[in-house]
Design a protein around this ligand. Structure first.
Ligand code: FES
Length: 389
């Protein structure tokens, strides 16, 4: 360190200074002594240098290809030309493609970000000169940097860029631009994709967001509550409808809609089991708890005795709220820990959810089977633009 007082140049002198002079001046003004400032590749175009260049370019190209692959995978469901991601149960044709869809999105986007990051780090390590400098600690007066400091630091940065020889490394430049550009495209595709997909498409008509599979298809149609084992073969072979008395007090089971017209029709049976808004939690309260129930206005007759049926689709962002705690009568959503009070029309009592879980009106038929008295009277799940409540 010199320790000498350096006189700042006038505005005219500053304007006339070239980059080397500004660099030197910056160091002097800051009390910086550059001990060592080696050029990373003093001999040009060696094999090691070319290898380093190709290595950096490899990561940028990998990033670019991964980002493009991400956009392709993201866009293919619309139209479904390349990757049919629609839900398939285990054992069904297309299950492998379905189960690999989300991992493919994660892997391609992850590689795109990782490739760009590693490329930048390698470029910095291998091509940007590393100086060894000693500087005295200065006083920060809390004021913005003066023009002089800005000019000298810009000269310093430009010099580092110049010494890194980026100007003559077109392979790195092009691959870096491709990587950053493709990753930018992937980042832009994410929000745009949700506008491209038509939420009303692939569904049972324009009203599919308002209604579920519990809606009778004609007046007087009986829609039963059935359980599922999780095994496609078994669930298609045998339909287990729920009877009063099948559940112990204080227990819960997930049920799906079933109508007689679906008997032996595997496609319809499977559609009822896999439609995302069909799962319902059927809860049988203990009689001591049932006595404390507070019913929602207008839904006083939606339960049958101690049996209450709530949608399984969380009103926050639609995860399955499949945990029922018997002791506290709370329904828990594992995604963001919302809790709903089963004794209080499943209204939210903790967490980010703000609306109660929709309640399915149920009753029992002449044979003692539990049946739906109709569809939910409100849209289930999270908010969407047209939703009023
Ligand atoms: Fe249930 Fe977020 S989806 S708490």
């Amino acid at each position: 360190m010199s320790g000498e007082e350096v006189k700042p140049p006038s505005a005219a002198e500053l304007a006339d200074m070239d980059r080397d002079e500004l660099l030197k001046l910056g160091g002097q003004l800051d009390g910086v002594e550059i001990v060592d400032y080696p050029t990373p590749w003093p001999v040009e175009n060696t094999r090691a240098e070319r290898r380093a260049e190709r290595l950096v370019a490899f990561w940028f190209v990998l990033s670019a290809l991964s980002a493009i692959a991400f956009v392709v995978v993201l866009a293919t469901p619309w139209p479904k030309t390349f990757w049919d991601w629609a839900y398939r149960a285990p054992g069904q044709p297309g299950y492998t493609a379905y189960s690999l869809y989300t991992p493919a999105l994660g892997v391609t986007l992850g590689l795109a970000i990782l490739g760009l990051g590693i490329g930048v780090i390698l470029y910095t390590k291998k091509f940007v000169p590393t100086e060894t400098a000693v500087q005295e600690r200065g006083d920060n007066q809390g004021e913005g940097s003066p023009e002089l400091d800005r000019a000298t630091i810009m000269a310093h940065l430009a010099d580092a860029g110049n010494r890194s020889t980026i100007a003559r490394r077109s392979l790195i430049k092009r691959s870096a631009i491709a990587g950053a550009g493709a990753l930018g495209l992937a980042a832009a595709a994410l929000p745009v994709a949700s506008f491209i997909k038509d939420p009303w498409k692939d569904s049972d008509g324009r009203e599919s967001l308002w209604h579920t599979g519990w809606k009778p298809t004609y007046q007087g149609e009986v829609v039963y509550l059935r359980t599922a084992t999780g095994s496609v073969e078994e669930d298609l072979k045998e339909v287990r409808r729920v009877k009063v008395g099948d559940l112990d007090a204080g227990s819960m089971v997930t049920v799906f809609p079933y109508r007689d017209s679906e008997a032996h029709d595997e496609e319809k049976l499977n559609a009822a089991l896999t439609r995302v808004d069909n799962p319902v939690m059927l809860i049988r309260l203990r009689s001591t708890d049932a006595a404390k129930v507070v019913k929602r206005q207008g839904q006083e007759d939606f339960n049958f005795g101690d049996y209450y049926a709530y949608t399984k689709i969380c009103s926050h962002v639609g995860c399955p709220t499949s945990l029922y705690e018997q002791r506290t009568n709370r329904i828990l959503c594992p995604c963001h820990q919302s809790q709903f009070d089963a004794l209080h029309y499943a209204k939210p009592i903790f967490g980010p959810a703000t609306r109660p879980l929709a309640q399915l009106p149920i009753t029992v038929d002449k044979e003692g089977y539990l049946v739906a008295r109709g569809d939910f009277i409100e849209a289930i799940g999270p908010a969407f633009w047209e939703r009023k409540s």
